[in-house]
Write a protein that binds this ligand. Sequence first.
Ligand SMILES: *[C@@H]1O[C@H](CO)[C@@H](O)[C@H](O)[C@H]1NC(C)=O
Ligand SMILES: *[C@@H]1O[C@H](CO)[C@@H](O)[C@H](O)[C@H]1NC(C)=O
Ligand SMILES: *[C@@H]1O[C@H](CO)[C@@H](O)[C@H](O)[C@H]1NC(C)=O
Ligand SMILES: *[C@@H]1O[C@H](CO)[C@@H](O)[C@H](O)[C@H]1NC(C)=O
Length: 449
Amino acid sequence: MIGKHEPSHRQGRASQAVMWVECKVLEAGCGGRRRSLRSTVMRLPCSFWFLLLLGAGGLLLLHLQDLTETLQQQNQGAKVIFSQVHAIRKEPCPYCPDNNRQTDPTEDNFPRSAQPVQLPVFPWVQRSSQINPKDITAAHVTKSHRKLLLKSGLLVQQLNADPPGQIKENPEQLSQVQLSRQRLMREVCAKYTSGSTKQTITRMHVSRIFVEDKHKLLYCEVPKAGCSNWKRVLMVLQGLASSTGEIQHDEVHYGNHLKRLDSFDQNGIIHRLKTYTKVLFLREPFERLVSAFRDKFESPNSYYHPVFGKPIISKYRSNATQYALRTGAGVTFKEFIQYLLDVHRPVGMDIHWEPVGHLCSPCLLDYDFIGKFETLEEEANFLLRSIGAPSNLTFPSFKDRNPNAERTSLEITRRYFAQLNVTERQRAYDFYYMDYLMFNYSKPFKDLY
Ligand SMILES: *[C@@H]1O[C@H](CO)[C@@H](O)[C@H](O)[C@H]1NC(C)=O
Ligand SMILES: *[C@@H]1O[C@H](CO)[C@@H](O)[C@H](O)[C@H]1NC(C)=O
Ligand SMILES: *[C@@H]1O[C@H](CO)[C@@H](O)[C@H](O)[C@H]1NC(C)=O
Ligand SMILES: *[C@@H]1O[C@H](CO)[C@@H](O)[C@H](O)[C@H]1NC(C)=O
């Protein structure tokens, strides 16, 4: 649709970008209304709006191409086009999501107007004629893809993924690990994005990235993977505090001290993407999912219970009590998974359980550092030393959410997944399959394929 032909090894991301823009437009258009009516009646107009906006979005982007500067990234040969579609950004929680205040509605900082986004599940599958079906954002991976990967040996490799907690002693080892993670990520990205011709980065793609200008760091926030402590570190690096220990929880989440990359102008974004260290920290996908579930649904929460709990209970619980329907409290893990995997979700996605492949666009942004929650402190400190952070700054280990609850471990994760049947487990794995593959996490259950 837009952009000129790119070198083949980089092909394939534009359609993804365009698709994302259009999906976001859709969310802004139908998310709120559909939530209140909660029936198939609304789906028709919603699809209609989708098609309408799809057309309009295309035209808009075509037009924007005339207006926006395009830039050839010399080292990558990638074209970066920033469309000025500000209105598309809509999210349930604009801050680092691990916040605690939701139990007190009077202090609740969630903007009331922001509805959870209603992203159609697998739009790339349903509307594959308009987009590249091999798109990396595809949460749903077909069996033929799986075969292809098996053939290439990638799947076999990822089955022997990093054992959690493994100690990597020295900097050379740690840089080797980085190199192999990057190689794998690029390989998987190349496989899933071949065949399309364009690559576009929009503001939307960089909206989850925090900027630290002094040490030239870009950090993409992944909730439930050390995000709060990273924000503390960024605040210290920036000179907003002299140590991570003195930053209170609320300051981290409500202080709004850190800038996001999408708040800069086009040149500012391009310049930072090209010259800063781009960092991503992630976590075993099922563990992250269980951690999010426990955090949002197992303790009182004045946002997630009414906004997500109510529609989930009313759709998936056959004999729900009036109390449950009124409060949205007590969602079970099974009900939560039914919602997650539903093609017609009664309420939109949320960044806490959105795959990292969507949140941080790793195939588009080509991160320089891919860290893992399982070895968080060691890898974070390695990174801090290599960007020249003050030597007395080390990565902290505060647990912000529910400090009395046990941290979600592999063992706890297994306990939750044992509540599901094999079909549900398989579909949940398919949902996060790209995260598993791209970041070399091993298959979490033996009976999965
Ligand atoms: C995946 O992790 C395993 C175990 O640490 C490692 O041996 C392998 O090289 C990794 N695969 C890739 C492609 O990096
Ligand atoms: C680190 O050193 C700086 C000065 O070099 C000082 O201001 C800061 O308080 C120190 N931080 C900690 C945690 O000791
Ligand atoms: C209905 O609720 C009761 C208790 O609340 C539960 O024991 C029972 O299994 C439920 N029945 C169905 C069909 O869900
Ligand atoms: C698994 O649970 C789902 C409900 O989420 C149900 O529809 C499906 O029939 C179950 N499958 C099996 C094999 O029990």
